[in-house]
Design a protein around this ligand. Sequence first.
Ligand code: URA
Length: 238
Amino acid sequence: MERIDKILSNLGHGTRKEVKGLLKKGRVEVDGVLASDSAMKINPDKSVIKVDGEEIRYRKNIYLIMNKPAGVISATVDNHDETVIDLIDEQYHAFKPFPIGRLDKDTVGLLLITNDGELNHKLIAPKNHVDKVYYAEINKFIDATDIATFKRGVVIDDGYKCMPAILKVLNADENGSEVMITIQEGKFHQVKRMFESVDKKVVFLRRTSFGPLKLDENLAEGQYRELSEEELNSLKLV
Ligand code: URA
C-alpha cells in the first residue's frame, strides 16, 4: 500500500505539493470514487487511478530504446553537454532513468535507458557475455591477421587482454574498411582502443545490437521508444 500523492508524484504528475492540488480540485479518481485526501493509501497494482478522467498506468520501471545521436553524452547529467536523458520526455524523468552502459559522445546507435538497476547490473556484467555488435568504419585495410588477433583477444593500451571478439569485414581497400565487430565487454572506448592496438583508427562507430535487441530502423538518430513486452522479456532472459 502506498500513498496516492507519492504514487502520482512518482508517475510524473508533479511535486507532492502539486499533486495535493490535483487531489483537492477533485481531478483524481480511485476505483471510480473521487480521491481528495493526499494521505489515502492504495495498492497501485490493484486500483484503477484516473487523472482528469484518464486512466494512468502504474509501473515501477521504464525501459527505453534510443538511437543515440552524436554529440550527446551517455550520462544522467553533465555540466557542458546535452545528455541522453535531456533528450527524453519530461514524463519519464520522475522515474530517474539512466543509460545502461556507455556510448562515447561521437558514437551513435542502440542505447538502453531504464531505472531498473537489477537489469542494468545483469546486462553489464562481463561474466554474462552479452553480445554487443557495432558497425565501424576504419581508416585502414583490415586483413586476416587483424581478424585472427581479435579472435584470440587483443591486448589494449593498459595491458588488458580483451575477451575474444568477432570481426567481420564488409568492405576493405587501401582507403579504409567497413566492419561489424561483436564484443562482450564494455570497457571505456573499448572498440576504439582495440583497433588502436593494431595501429588503426575508428572513424565512425554505431552500435547495432545489444544482446537480443536490434537497433530499430524506424528510429532516427535522437529518437527513442519504449521496449515492447517481447523485447523486455528477451532481455530479462539474458
Ligand atoms: N567502444 C568504443 O570505443 N566506443 C563506444 O562508444 C562503444 C564501444
